[in-house]
Write a protein that binds this ligand. Structure first.
Ligand code: FE
Length: 142
C-alpha cells in the first residue's frame, strides 16, 4: 500500500500506485500510531472527490473529478476522533489545461505517484475533535 522511511519525527511516505490516497494515509497513521501531526506532499491522480461546505445550508456538496490531474499541493493535519485517526486534508489539483480545482479532499485514486511528508507531533496528548455548534465543523479540541 505504501513505503516509508523515518527521519526523526518526520516520515517520507510513498504511496503505491492506484491506491486510495486518504485511506492509505489513514492506514499509515494507524500502523505507526501517529495520533497527531501534519501531512503535505505532491503526486498525481485520475479521480478525486472534493467537498465544499456551504455555510448557508451547513451541508457538504461533494463533486468527483474523473480526469488525470497533478496533486499540485496536498496539505492536512492528523488528529483523533472517537479513538480513530482523523484526517483533515485539503488539495489543489492541476488539470491538463493547467487550470486547478481544489478544496477539502474526501478521497482520490492515485495514478502515477504520491510523495508525502508526515510530521509526527509528540510530547502532548493527541488533540481530539468536537462538533462546534456555530459552524457544524469538527474542530480541534486543544
Ligand atoms: Fe476542510
Amino acid at each position: 500500500m505504501y513505503k516509508y522511511r523515518q527521519f526523526g519525527d518526520k516520515f517520507v511516505l510513498s504511496i503505491d500506485n492506484h491506491q486510495k490516497l486518504s485511506a492509505a494515509i489513514a492506514a499509515f497513521c494507524k500502523e505507526l500510531e501517529i495520533k497527531a501531526g501534519a501531512v503535505y506532499g505532491i503526486g498525481a491522480v485520475n479521480e478525486a472527490t472534493l467537498r465544499f461546505l456551504d455555510p448557508a445550508t451547513m451541508k457538504y456538496v461533494d463533486k468527483t473529478f474523473n480526469e488525470q490531474m497533478e496533486i499540485a499541493n496536498l496539505t492536512g493535519n492528523i488528529s483523533q476522533k472517537d479513538g480513530q485517526v482523523y484526517l483533515h486534508l485539503h488539495a489543489i489539483f492541476g488539470r491538463r489545461d493547467y487550470t486547478c480545482v481544489g478544496g477539502h479532499l474526501l478521497e482520490a485514486s492515485l495514478n502515477g505517484a504520491c510523495e508525502l511528508v508526515v510530521e509526527r507531533f509528540d510530547g502532548a496528548p493527541a488533540p481530539g475533535r468536537y462538533v462546534d455548534p456555530e459552524t457544524g465543523l469538527n474542530l480541534y479540541e486543544l
